[in-house]
Design a binder for this molecule. Structure first.
Ligand code: GLU
Length: 441
């Protein structure tokens, strides 16, 4: 146990950006590593965007990633009275003042401004960025209450951090400029200033802030694309931190044990979708066998109306073959389709490349003939047939056309394992049908 208290304070919009959730991950790990508390504060003051649906999306996304929080959820709007009380104190102590402002539509209203100190330097030691300093005179007074009487982000954010007894504010470095202002508010309210850690931006391959133009930028999109939460969590953690050696795939326990906020990188982290895809494949390999068999069965039945009956050994073997090659669970229906139905699509490019070649028709018919004589229908026995034909030169000229003929695709599990799973009748029928209808003489 420690008295460290950190918080994730998103403004719900219905979509959770990967940069934001990385901040949540770092806060969560810091709390779990130190034995402190990880609090969730919903900064829901933008009433149009912070709908109940948007808040539900946020909770759902945190649960999906296993980001459990301590204590009750804190809603910023519910603390509005406290924000305004703090403003009254600032007015009374001369740290704030009211001015008349003419809004764009010409209406005159009164806003409350925070009065910045006129001299001195505002400084703090950022846990990630190091020493930060700015002259007070370079920051202008800023509004803390709108003319309609509603508190503005700066005052709400600081008062909530005081009320939640937050000790460390870990957030994106787009807030660095705000931090200089916030420190002045804490001091003016006589509160102790928390420690700060500002996380660098996630950038695209060109070094620009990663946005939806660069690909999926929101957690929900990754979920829909079949990413596993553990893989996304692990990948986002590595965007700006590593355990100090070359380990990349870490268990949650290892992450908690090894994570150190002080070691978070200062430089911007480049988002690499290929690496994330690789990471997902690594996590798919870790799914327990029985669970993966279930996944395969479920996804097989989503791809055809009636899945033919097979015994457990057959499913287990298919699942083993698929598991080492699957990068996305969403790819499974396409990969299993040819195993559960004779109606499967042919990939035009693969057909063009592998079947529309002179001699392929004869080759497939010859193979069908040879395979029909194999007594023991097994991957090794079938492989022996092709090995003999290839006479020690690569088996490619046979393997590729067979694969396209029986599965419609250019890639997939090992060919002979595939034929074993398909069985004699389907294999022979498909070879002959492809020879007659697709291949070239
Ligand atoms: N609602 C703010 C944001 O999402 C909170 C920033 C903070 O963590 O203080 O950017």
């Amino acid at each position: 146990m420690s008295d460290i208290r950190v918080r994730f304070a998103p403004s719900p919009t219905g979509k959770v950006h990967i940069g934001n959730i990385r901040a949540a991950i770092y806060n969560w790990l810091y709390a779990r590593h130190t034995g402190g508390k990880f609090l969730l504060r919903v900064e829901d003051t933008d009433l149009e965007r912070s709908t109940p649906e948007a808040i539900a999306v946020l909770f759902d996304c945190m649960k999906w990633l296993g980001l459990d929080w301590d204590e009750e959820v804190f809603y910023q709007t519910k603390n509005a009275k406290r924000h305004l009380e703090a403003v009254d104190r600032l007015l009374a102590s001369g740290h704030a003042y009211k001015v008349e402002k003419t809004s764009r539509d010409g209406k005159i209203g009164v806003v409350t401004m925070f009065k910045m100190p006129r001299e001195g330097v505002i400084e703090f030691d950022d846990i990630v960025k190091g020493h930060m300093a700015k002259k007070a005179e370079d920051i202008q007074d800023f509004a803390i209450v709108r003319s309609d009487g509603s508190p503005i982000f700066h005052i709400a954010n600081v008062v909530d951090d005081i009320d939640q007894r937050v000790t460390h504010v870990i957030r994106g470095d787009d807030h660095v400029e705000n931090t200089f202002k916030h420190i002045c508010i804490f001091r003016a309210l006589g509160a102790s200033v928390p420690k700060y850690g500002h996380l660098s931006m996630i950038v695209n391959q060109q070094g620009k802030p990663y946005s939806k133009r660069d690909g999926a930028a929101f957690v929900g999109e990754y979920r829909e694309q079949g990413y596993l939460p553990e893989a996304l969590f692990n990948y986002l953690l590595l965007l700006g931190w590593n355990p100090g050696d070359d380990r990349e795939v870490l268990t949650r326990e290892e992450m908690i044990r090894l994570f150190e906020l002080e070691k978070v990188h200062v430089t911007a982290a480049m988002f690499d979708p290929k690496k994330l895809a690789w990471m997902n494949g690594e996590y798919i390999k870790k799914i327990p066998h029985d669970e993966f068999v279930r996944e395969v069965k479920e996804r097989a039945s989503s791809s055809v109306e009636q899945v033919p009956a097979h015994d457990d050994a057959w499913w287990s073997y298919l699942a083993d073959q698929l598991q080492v090659r699957t990068k996305f669970l969403n790819d499974i229906p396409g990969m299993v389709r040819c195993f559960v139905s004779d109606e499967f699509p042919f990939d035009g490019k693969a057909v063009e490349k592998r079947l529309k070649k002179p001699g392929v028709k004869g080759l497939l018919l010859d193979l069908a003939e040879r395979f029909s004589k194999v007594a023991d229908w097994s991957a090794p026995a079938l492989e022996a047939v092709v090995k003999e034909l290839s006479q020690g030169n690569g088996m490619g000229p046979w393997v590729h056309p067979i694969r396209v003929a029986v599965s419609g695709r250019g890639e997939g599990i090992g060919l002979f394992e595939m034929l074993q799973l398909l069985g004699r009748d389907a294999t022979l029928a498909r070879l002959r049908k492809a020879a007659e209808t697709l291949a070239v003489d």
